[in-house]
Design a binder for this molecule. Structure first.
Ligand code: 9MR
Length: 573
């Protein structure tokens, strides 16, 4: 299988910010420098120069050269880069490039909502659908969901929230980090250095049913998930009260595609886990501080849930979710020291209490290296705690703050070194192409962006901005992994809701949906058959059947949403 990868000059197909870095990669047999030309839409050569040979790139197996045209700062549409007889896809130079991505990447969450009819007037008729999983036949959930037989003798109303990904499952661990990252997108705008995007995240900035309620829309969207997370907490008086059920999903896997309201499977609540309980504690604590100005009663409800969840996790510190199962994913994790750290940090940031601080400082993650080269994700959340300690105002001694902030800029320096070593210029080493890896690239960009927010050192902003190039087409496949963005973009992501490839009456994913991306482990049969032996950056196919390379997921889009908001703020850089 040889994919059509188009012109050998690889660019960010969305474009480049006027004051930002501008790099491209040429796939070539040449080992000597090549002439390149930047042409305007009218065909005029506006800049030229020589490329830099990079040899064989480890992640793609290709012989490549790089082009740096950062000196060009003149805005314009329809530029092309020409080298080695090839003309790149067209792109813009503009400060407005990412303005719409801020909302597109967040609008994805509304389309994923469970338990509410999706209003076509808000996001387009093709996305309109009845509410899913409110117990209306053929649905059997999620109003009164029993536990997996033999694990508890009550049922819970766990309606609402977002469908996790291409399936109809709802998982507290992953819902927690996705809700956190939307809240964090908002929280980032609360300091003077980062206030620019605040208005762009305010009320009536998204197309949501809650618009016009005087609450920032990003908070409204996060609340849809938080309300679900709160429902997953074991009620007082039951065994394991205060803990959170790990997940709720179908008893058996369903086929593709399948609208949520047509899912006939029984739904089951899976036993509580320490990881889910700590995710709930962390997000609910963050909810308590961010909702306080808008809805004191909801903030208080979040606060109570956070404290009881944290206490319950301490009482049951080793309840691990199993690594196998049917009808849904496992989200298993047998090291929850990082979840304990993250939850303690969020509680400390909200309440300033000595006891929470003591847990923060006692954690090995408080001084350990929490920023792995291949990024962080649902299973490794210590970085979330560290980033928040570095950015959210708190009462730590000045020397401690300095140390914590330095740990972020040190991590960013490492990501910059990786980016420079990669011929495709992304902050991800060649071993970082795994399930959902595009979100890890973005999370490394989040570290770079946070380092910029903290230091205002332009090298970090440039590194973060350059990471976007990979996502939008500067890669071995010449492919943007965000639907609707770039000339050649992913559109057939694995999803039961957006099943257009298999059922033309269904829509493709909405603009702003991120694909999991190249995954050298090829865990689904479709990709395994088609792509066996692929070089890491080639291990991707835009086909609905490939769940290991081409799924959508809330924790991946939440990373994109955070990053998009940062990028949109850099327009005038
Ligand atoms: O994103 C998850 C990835 O890190 C794991 O390797 C993979 C296998 O356990 O599961 C991914 O999460 C999936 C979840 O289990 C079920 N819903 C779809 C998620 C995205 O593929």
């Amino acid at each position: 299988y040889v994919p059509d990868t188009g012109p050998r000059v690889r660019v960010n197909q969305v474009g480049y910010l006027p004051g930002g870095p501008k790099n491209a990669t040429v796939v070539t047999e040449a080992t000597d420098p090549l002439r390149w030309e930047l042409r305007s839409a009218a065909g005029t050569v506006v800049a030229d120069g020589e490329s830099t040979p990079r040899g064989v790139d480890e992640a793609s197996g290709q012989n490549v050269q790089t082009i740096d045209f950062s000196s060009v700062q003149t805005p314009g549409a329809g530029y092309t880069l020409v080298a080695d007889g090839e003309t790149s896809h067209p792109f813009d130079i503009s400060g407005d490039l990412y303005d719409r991505l801020r909302a597109d990447s967040m609008q994805f969450f509304y389309a994923q909502r469970s338990g509410i009819a999706i209003d076509g007037d808000l996001i387009g008729e093709e996305y309109a659908r009845p509410a899913g999983h409110l117990g209306v036949a053929p649905n059997q959930g999620d109003i009164e969901v029993p536990c997996v037989p033999g694990t508890c003798d009550y049922s819970l109303d766990v309606r609402g929230g977002w469908y996790d990904a291409g399936d109809h499952g709802k998982y507290v661990v992953n819902g927690g980090i996705a809700a956190y990252q939307l809240l964090s997108t908002f929280e980032r705008t609360k300091t003077a250095e980062t206030a620019a995007g605040g208005a762009a995240l305010g009320d009536s900035t998204l197309r949501l049913p809650e618009r016009g309620n005087e609450v920032p829309d990003v908070l409204d969207e996060a609340r849809w998930e938080i309300e679900f997370l709160l429902r997953m907490q074991v009620p007082a008086g039951e065994p394991l009260a205060g803990m959170a059920h790990h997940k709720i999903h179908d008893k058996a896997w369903t086929g593709l595609p399948l609208a949520p309201e047509d899912d006939p499977q029984p739904r089951e609540l899976h036993p509580p886990s320490t990881a889910a309980t700590l995710n709930l504690a962390a997000v609910a604590a963050q909810c308590a501080r961010l909702f306080a100005p808008y809805d004191a009663a909801f903030a208080a409800r979040c606060g109570t849930a956070a404290k009881t969840a944290y206490a319950a996790a301490k009482a049951h510190p080793e309840r691990y979710a199993p690594s196998s199962g049917v009808g849904g994913g496992p989200y298993d994790d047998t090291d929850v020291t990082d979840e304990f750290y993250w939850a303690a940090v969020e509680l400390y940031l909200t309440y300033g209490t000595k006891a929470y601080l003591a847990d923060v400082t006692a954690s090995k993650h408080h001084t350990g290296d929490v920023f792995a080269a291949a990024g962080f994700g649902w299973q490794s959340v210590a970085a979330l705690g560290r980033l928040d300690l570095a950015t959210v105002p708190n009462g730590l001694p000045a020397a401690e703050k300095t140390r914590i902030r330095a740990s972020v800029t040190d991590a960013a320096d490492n990501h910059l070194a990786t980016l420079r070593a990669q011929a495709y210029g992304l902050p991800m080493p060649a071993n970082g192409y795994f399930w959902g890896g595009t979100s890890n690239v973005i999370n490394n960009a989040v570290v770079l962006a946070t380092a910029f927010d903290l230091s205002r050192d332009a090298k970090y902003r440039d590194g973060a901005v350059q990471a976007a190039d990979y996502l939008f087409g500067r890669n071995a496949l010449n492919m943007s992994y965000v639907t609707g963005w770039g000339e050649q973009h992913a559109r057939n992501q694995h999803s039961r809701i957006f099943g257009h490839q298999l059922d033309p009456s269904m829509p493709n994913p909405p603009a702003g949906s991120l694909a999991g991306g190249p995954n050298a482990d090829l865990q689904d049969p479709f990709a395994a058959n088609l792509l066996a032996g692929c070089e890491p950056m080639f291990c991707y196919v835009d086909d609905i059947n490939s769940y290991a390379t081409n799924e959508v997921a809330i924790n991946w889009n939440s990373a994109l949403a955070w990053f998009a908001s940062f990028l949109a703020d850099q327009g005038d850089a």
